[in-house]
Each structure stands twice: as C-alpha cells, then as structure tokens.
Design a protein around this ligand. Structure first.
Ligand SMILES: [Fe+2]
Length: 125
C-alpha cells in the first residue's frame, strides 16, 4: 500500500519544503496475509485546494467551495488485481458532506477514520 496524507495543519510535505521533511506523511506498507494493516499517524486536517487556476474558475462558476474534508490517500496493489486508488475520510471532519470533488452529491461512505490524534488506526482492504 502506498499511503499519503497532509499534516495536522492541512499541508502536504511537497507544499512546505524546508518546513516539513521530504516524505513526511507518506509511507509504503505491506498488509498481512489477510489484507490487514495498521500504522500510527497524526490526524490529518481538512484543507482548501488552490483556486488560482482552471479548477478555481470551475468552482466559482459552479458556486462550490474549495475545501476537502480530512482524509488519507491509499493506492493498494495486489498480484493479479488492478491497483485501487482511494481515500478514507475522517469522521466528523468539516466539509465531509459537501467537498468539491463530489459533484453528484455525497457518496456512500463505507469506512471512516474515527481515532483521536496520534492514536493507532487500523483497517483491512
Ligand atoms: Fe488529499
């Protein structure tokens, strides 16, 4: 699994060179034979996407805000299967029901992070 997230202030490592160490909030993991995994991390924050380009013009034209709810990204790979790129959202995050990438309405959410900051979170895919 390839996993990445922003920090507790809503910034990814590549947005803050010299502030965050390269690779901060990123990790490569192997699941166990049952697909289970666990890791410890900071609780990511919600954040706004940049609005100074075409996406910003699109958001303004459609009356949508630029915020994404707090989440952790995953790319999951397994022999014999197509890679799965997804993200898991933090329960209770601001903008969870209105984020800008959900143009067709909020999706069915099947998993949420519900751990306090710094707590162990584990799951299976
Ligand atoms: Fe993100």
């Amino acid at each position: 699994m390839d996993v990445w997230q922003c920090d507790a202030n809503g910034f990814y490592d590549i947005q803050q060179p010299g502030v965050q160490p390269a690779g901060n909030g990123r990790g490569l993991f192997h699941t166990d034979s049952e697909g289970r995994f666990r890791f410890r991390t900071v609780l990511p924050s919600h954040y706004p996407i940049p609005t100074d380009g075409p996406v910003g013009r699109f958001l303004r034209a459609t009356g949508r805000h630029p915020y994404r709810p707090a989440h952790i990204h995953f790319i999951v790979r397994a022999d014999g299967h197509a890679p799965l790129t997804t993200h898991v959202f933090v329960a209770g995050s601001p903008h969870l029901d209105s984020q800008m990438t959900w143009l067709g309405g909020a999706p069915k959410i099947s998993a949420r992070i519900a751990a306090p900051a710094g707590a162990m979170w584990q799951g299976a895919m």
